[in-house]
Design a binder for this molecule. Structure first.
Ligand SMILES: N[C@@H](CCC(=O)N[C@@H](CS)C(=O)NCC(=O)O)C(=O)O
Length: 285
C-alpha cells in the first residue's frame, strides 16, 4: 500500500532525528555522509557539486515542499521541528553535524583544498560566501522576492519593484543591481585576474557564486543579467566549462531551482528556467 503523506513525513522525521541528535560520532553514525535538503537546487547546489567534484559518496535525503509543509492536527509543521534551526540543509558525517549551509561549505572546502591557498584567500572566500548568502536571504534578496505563497499580491508586487530598483525602496537599496554589482567588484578584486573569484584556482567561492548568479539571478531575469552584467555571464560560462562542473550540470543536478509548483513562486519553479543558461544541455530527463 502506498505511504500516505503523514506516514512519509513520520518516516523522514524518525530518520532525521536519528541523525541530528548525534553531535559526536557513535557506532550508529552513518559511515558515509548524509545531506538533507529539499528536492531542488536551492542553496545546496554548491555543497552537492563539491561532493561530486571530489567523488565523495553520500546519502541524500530529499524533502518535498508537500512533506515540509504538512501540518499535524495542532497546526504545526512536524518536519520543520525536526531540525534544530527549523531549516535545511543538514549535513552529518563521522565528524560533524551542521545545520548552516555556509558552515557545511566551509567544512567541506577545508577537507578538499577548496578554501584557497592561504589565510588571506580563505577570508576572501568567506566574504564571497557571505555575499552569496545576502543575495538570497538579505533584505531584497531573491528568495523573499520570489516567494509568493500566502503573500498578498500588492506585497509581492512591492517587493518585486524594489528588487528591480523601482520606487523609493528600490532606489534606496538598488535591489537586484546592488547584489550583482557586488559580485562584479568581488571578481575584480582578485589581483591575479585568474577568472576565479579568489586566488589562482577554483574554490568553494566559485561554486557558491556560480549557483547564485546562474541558477538564481540569471534564471530569474535573463535579460537584465545579460544586458547589464556581461562580465558575470562570461564568468559563469567559464566556470560551467570546468569538466567536473559540466558533468554535474549535465548529469546530476536536480531539475528545478525551486519548488515545482508555480503557485509558490514568481519564477524559478521549473526545469525550463535552467535551460540554456550556460550553453550546456542536460543529458538527463
Ligand atoms: N541560515 C540557514 C538558512 C537555511 C534556510 O532558510 N533554508 C530554507 C531553504 S533554502 C528553508 O529551510 N526553508 C524552509 C523554512 O524555513 O521553513 C542556512 O544557510 O542553512
Amino acid at each position: 500500500m502506498e505511504d500516505t503523506l503523514q506516514s512519509k513525513v513520520e518516516k523522514i522525521i524518525t530518520l532525521v532525528e536519528g541523525l541530528s541528535t548525534k553531535t559526536t560520532p557513535t557506532s550508529t553514525t552513518p559511515t558515509i555522509p548524509t545531506l538533507v535538503y529539499f528536492d531542488v537546487i536551492g542553496i545546496a547546489w554548491p555543497i552537492r557539486c563539491l561532493l561530486h567534484l571530489h567523488n565523495i559518496d553520500y546519502n541524500f535525503i530529499a524533502i518535498s515542499i508537500q512533506q515540509w509543509t504538512y501540518k499535524s492536527a495542532n497546526g504545526h509543521q512536524p518536519l520543520k521541528s525536526a531540525f534544530n534551526n527549523g531549516h535545511v540543509p543538514l549535513y552529518i558525517d563521522q565528524g560533524v553535524n551542521l545545520n548552516q549551509s555556509n558552515l557545511i561549505l566551509i567544512y567541506l572546502a577545508q577537507q578538499t583544498r577548496m578554501m584557497g591557498d592561504n589565510k588571506t584567500e580563505a577570508l576572501a572566500i568567506e566574504s564571497v560566501l557571505l555575499h552569496c548568502y545576502d543575495a538570497v536571504f538579505h533584505s531584497n534578496g531573491l528568495l523573499s522576492v520570489n516567494i509568493t505563497i500566502n503573500i498578498p499580491a500588492q506585497v509581492v508586487q512591492a517587493r518585486l519593484d524594489a528588487f528591480m530598483g523601482q520606487g523609493d525602496w528600490g532606489l534606496v537599496t538598488n535591489g537586484y543591481h546592488n547584489h550583482l554589482n557586488a559580485f562584479v567588484k568581488l571578481l575584480e578584486a582578485n589581483e591575479l585576474k585568474s577568472g576565479f573569484m579568489v586566488g589562482s584556482r577554483l574554490s568553494v567561492a566559485d561554486l557558491s557564486a556560480f549557483n547564485i548568479l546562474c541558477n538564481w539571478y540569471k534564471a530569474f531575469d535573463k535579460e537584465v543579467f545579460l544586458k547589464e552584467f556581461p562580465i558575470l555571464d562570461t564568468y559563469i560560462q567559464r566556470i560551467a566549462l570546468i569538466p567536473g562542473i559540466s558533468d554535474y550540470i549535465r548529469n546530476k543536478q536536480e531539475a528545478t531551482t525551486w519548488f515545482d509548483l508555480p503557485s509558490i513562486a514568481l519564477k524559478l519553479t521549473s526545469s525550463k528556467e535552467l535551460e540554456g543558461l550556460v550553453g550546456l544541455s542536460a543529458e538527463h530527463g
